[in-house]
Write a protein that binds this ligand. Structure first.
Ligand code: LMR
Length: 396
């Protein structure tokens, strides 16, 4: 029967990254997948993670399964990182969490819980959103609606459109929000706008489902979680999927966590039991290695401080690249690219047509998504002029 299955198209992001890897042009530039790359084009291992790994290798005496919810240090550290150490909800025991295989695993567990709690729920997703959100969350059988989000002419958020659309979200629906560093557009909500979303959620009873995969890479760890924390202060319930791929560089270790803000500690415990059962029927146990490293970093003040410093340096570099890119693109094209400066995190839509991105790829070996999403962290001093010239040529 297997012979009846057809070959599927490549993943829109990973397929382009593979094409770039196969490109023999020595000048090629990979701006596809959202991984942080340093000035040498390398995705580095954080020093704090390396130190934690050395200690773990020395001290680990067993590879037996972790408990179903994952390593306790990881869970405690991640809850504080996301909700804030001084969170009232944490103090009241209203947040439960389950370590998961990456942010994707956390999204899937969140979706599983949502479907059990509200089988007819619609999941409202931003237009556009990360292309994997819909297949990943939809795989549990939930249906989608889109809300307006990115306004291409202004390169910002169409907040009036977003609010108008979310006024149709009902009690029992979920609204998927990017906690920070919107993927793919880099246009984020202001804190005031998060306040409006909180009011809407209170009035209409929808459940925020927050994907926070880039905390620390926009304006810093605390600022990037401010919108999520505002919602957590005001709302009784929320689902959060967090990831350590980007902010701890643990991509391949699949280190994420599903977190549930609940009405009370009893509900939090009940939801955790549901999440454990959901995980057991999909992949059984959480992966250990990345979570043990992250847990060690978050539990040891010196390692945590070193990690925060390294992350801050990355964040500064990305924001510096945004500045440099604006200058170079404006110089080569004569057009306004100031919006790149206003965006947060790794991504930006350059505002090119699909045909222009194809020409960039085929004629200049500059790889970005067909939507013209670039990974800003793929730019460096050695390739910035080449990229800016190539962009100028295809839009001339
Ligand atoms: C991206 O959007 O490029 C990243 O989140 C990596 C991925 O899995 O797509």
């Amino acid at each position: 029967m297997l012979h009846t299955l057809e070959r599927l198209p490549d993943d829109p992001i990973l397929g382009l990254a593979a094409a770039c890897r196969a490109d023999p042009n020595p000048d090629k530039v990979d701006l596809t997948v959202g991984i942080y790359m340093d000035e040498d084009g390398v995705c580095p291992v954080f020093g704090a993670i390396r130190d934690a790994q050395r200690a773990l290798v020395e001290e680990e005496t067993s590879k037996a399964y972790l408990p179903p919810a994952g390593d306790p240090d990881f869970n405690t550290g991640m809850r504080a990182l996301v909700f804030g150490g001084d969170s009232g909800a944490l103090a009241d025991g209203r947040v439960s969490s389950l370590a998961a295989p990456g942010g994707c695993g956390a999204l899937r567990i969140g979706a599983e819980i949502a479907r059990v709690a509200s089988p007819e729920a619609k999941v409202w997703v931003s237009d556009p959103t990360w292309p994997v959100h819909m297949p990943l969350i939809g795989s549990v059988g939930l249906e989608f609606e889109k809300y307006r989000y990115y306004d291409a002419p202004s390169h910002g958020v169409d907040f009036d459109g977003m609010v108008e659309d979310l006024k149709r979200a009902k009690s029992g629906d979920l609204v998927l929000l990017h906690g920070c560093c919107h993927n793919p557009c880099g246009a984020d909500l202001t804190l005031e706008q998060w306040g409006v979303i909180a009011e809407l959620a209170e009035r209409q009873g929808f459940l925020p489902f927050i994907d926070i995969a880039y905390q620390g890479l926009g304006d810093g760890l605390e600022a990037d979680a401010a919108g999520l924390r505002l919602l957590a202060e005001r709302l009784p319930e929320m689902i959060v999927a967090a990831s350590c791929s980007k902010n701890m560089g643990l991509y391949r270790e699949r280190t994420g966590i599903a977190q549930f803000l609940c009405r009370d500690a009893g509900n939090a415990e009940a939801i955790l039991s549901q999440a454990k059962v959901a995980a057991r029927r999909i992949y059984s146990m959480p992966p250990a290695h990345g979570a043990l490293l992250a847990g060690r970093v978050l539990a040891a003040p010196a390692l945590e401080a070193a990690w925060r410093d390294e992350l801050h340096t990355m964040c500064l570099r990305i924001n510096g690249l945004r500045e440099a890119l604006v200058e170079k693109l404006e110089a080569t094209t004569g057009r306004d690219f100031a919006f790149i400066r206003r965006e947060k995190g790794m991504f930006s839509f350059l505002g090119l047509s699909e045909e222009q991105t194809r020409r960039l790829r085929e004629e200049y070996s500059v790889y970005m998504l067909g939507s013209s999403r670039i990974n800003v962290a793929g730019i460096n001093a050695a390739n910035i002029d080449y990229v800016a010239d190539a962009v100028a040529r295809v839009i001339a």
